[in-house]
Design a protein around this ligand. Sequence first.
Ligand code: GLN
Length: 480
Amino acid sequence: MHDVTGMSIASLQEAMARGETSAEEIAAAFLARIREKDDAVGAYLTVTEEEALAQARAVDARRARGLPAGALAGIPAAYKDNLCTRGVRTTCASKLLADYRPPYDAAAVERLQAAGAVMLGKTNLDEFAMGSSTEHSALGRTRNPRDLSRVPGGSSGGSAAAVAAGEAAFALGSDTGGSVRQPAALCGVVGMRPTYGAVSRWGLVAFASSMDEIGPLTRTVADSARVLEALCGHDVRDMTSARRPCGGYVEALGTGVRGLSIALPEEMFGEGVAPEVAEAVERGARLLERKGARLCGVRLPALRYALPAYYILSSAEASSNLARFDGVRYGRRAQEARDMEALYAASRSEGFGPEVKRRILLGTFALSAGDGEAYWRRAQRARAQVRAQMRSALEAHDLLLSPTAPSVAWRAGEKADDPVSMYRSDLCTVPASLAGLPALSMPCGTGKDGLPVGLQLMGRAFAEGTIYRAAQALEEAMAE
Ligand code: GLN
């Protein structure tokens, strides 16, 4: 049999069903792979070896007794370290939470575990998910498995790297402004940001609550559909969770793109986008056309406000969400503070890294009375325009298609001292976030130095099935 660490979820399941391997053997193979590779890649902050083997044995035992074992039974998964895991360190890659062990599992983790997935560990991220390269982690460095001198993207860089390196069959990330899609693009894997409200955020440490979403990083489109199907659905514990049926994604696969209308927003192919990236993505679009899709261009002028609006709104929400980290209720507490005020100030000054502080300052300013308020209100108006233009384009067309990231993976350290250039890498991903729409990134050829290029497909709210249809058709066309 092949090395199991390179197999799709469906082939792992078939191999187990045929009795060629067991969940325990699969978990052991992935753990061995982590031992072999992760010193160089640095995808994981915590590896839960014993728990993984115990969970895998429990899956094998259920099977042996003929009991149903779940849709992802025995499939090894990695979870971004801002998803709460009961009794297992959940750090958000921050010194502030370096020893935090939540008393409960996030809803997304709970669902996957209930489906039989096996947790291998927790993956690195930019501190509190703020960043695009995973270099803002206070607890470790993650490298791009396609070229170890480069960044994996971010903020779910550990999750993307784990999947790309064969150190997990799939991983979960969170996506506020692109943190699932952009690292997927840079590492050459598939990353899905579902519609806002499709997946419960209960137990995800909040960054910007009006945009945070949880989504899968996988090697194939079909794997992504499988994992999302296990993840989605209403949850009373998250008040923004959608009350509507979801799923049918696996069923949508293989139905092709004949008759689908796909629009390419001009603003996402022009200024700021590397020509080689735009060309690779245009080639991908033409492959879809050859398979029967109709292509056209579309103009969405409000997109020029998307990036500044995103950074103002997400920072404003973060400044409020992160107020809970006061050194009293969670995590690290500064020693020897004279009074309460000093305790808060010292705990936060010691605990948060520079990027998180930058966002808190920016967000607090954008919300403050007087001039500050004008920023937040104007950003809200810009968001409304982006949303309206994207939604109306998606009334006329089934999908929007663009690059995911404006460039291929850059060298570690290259943008570390230039926050604005780091922010620019979110140019094409923030629009779907502001509009609350689903968007997927998938590998689409290579650019400079043979590094992966990501193609993004954005769809109507709750039309993940249409995105998966087109993505799978493209995946097949590229393999031909
Ligand atoms: N790179 C973006 C930011 O820094 C997106 C982060 C995210 O989606 N969590 O805000």
